[in-house]
Design a protein. Structure first.
Length: 245
């Protein structure tokens, strides 16, 4: 059951890169426990929006309220405290190539949590790898992982800090149909097990249909429409319908 408390609020956010206006006063809420999928054409600002939320990109104007605080006004120290409550799954998994899976997860725990004893770290790593179905990969190097495995390990590294919010940036890009479905199912399992609130940026309609509690479509830097997958698929708006052909 999705709660009615907004945990993320975008209020009139603008972002331009020189003459390229990407976000033109975007407004939306994400509710506690919800999986919100954002669709849109390439370059429309989907990824820019979530990067603004964690301070990887600075918004030009507006407010982004997370956990009741406008993160656009925070200094680095305060922003880092908020970031510790947010997991970010990048498109490529963003693993350190020179570290094994175990070392990647250990590094994350030591830098982003209060767990420091070797025994507690090992326990947390095993538990998290079990949750993504890859305990056997613990001593592999990133170069030895398939694309789907890299996504799972990237997700494990995100989960190991027990985030309240997860931002997924194209979680199924470059994966075959079966592996994409497995990642989508994993996103749902994580939502249920960890009670996470998530924004999922994707071009993959199968992923959107499988994971979304609600879908928004971004156009010209603003939210053009929102609804369930079925509602948007049956929209009378020709531009919206073009996504589902």
């Amino acid at each position: 059951m999705i709660k009615t408390v907004p945990i993320i609020e975008f209020k009139n956010i603008f972002k331009s890169f020189e003459d390229n206006k990407v976000l033109n006063g975007i407004n939306f809420n994400v509710f506690e426990g919800e999986n919100l999928v954002i669709l849109g054409r390439s370059g429309c600002g989907k990824s820019v929006a979530i990067k603004c939320m964690v301070g990887l990109i600075n918004a030009d104007k507006g407010e982004i309220v997370v956990f009741g605080t406008d993160v656009t006004k925070l200094n680095n120290e305060a922003l880092n405290k908020v970031r510790k409550r947010i997991g970010f799954l990048f498109q490529n998994g963003a693993l350190y190539d020179s570290m094994s899976v175990r070392q990647n997860l250990t590094f994350t725990l030591k830098h982003h949590s209060k767990i420091h004893s070797d025994m507690d770290i090992e326990k947390q790593i095993i538990e998290t790898l079990n949750n993504v179905g890859l305990k056997e990969a613990i001593d592999l190097m990133p170069s030895e992982l398939s694309g789907g495995m890299k996504k799972r390990i990237g997700l494990a590294r995100t989960l190991i800090i027990k985030p309240e919010i997860i931002l997924y940036d194209e979680p199924t890009t470059g994966l075959d149909t079966i592996t994409s479905r497995e990642i989508s199912d994993l996103i749902l399992d994580i939502q249920k097990k960890y009670k996470t609130t998530s924004i999922i940026i994707t071009h993959d309609l199968s992923c959107a249909k499988r994971t979304a509690n609600r879908i928004m479509i971004l156009k010209d830097g603003v939210i053009h429409c929102e609804g369930s997958y079925t509602e948007l698929e049956n929209s009378k708006d020709e531009w919206v319908k073009s996504f589902f052909i």
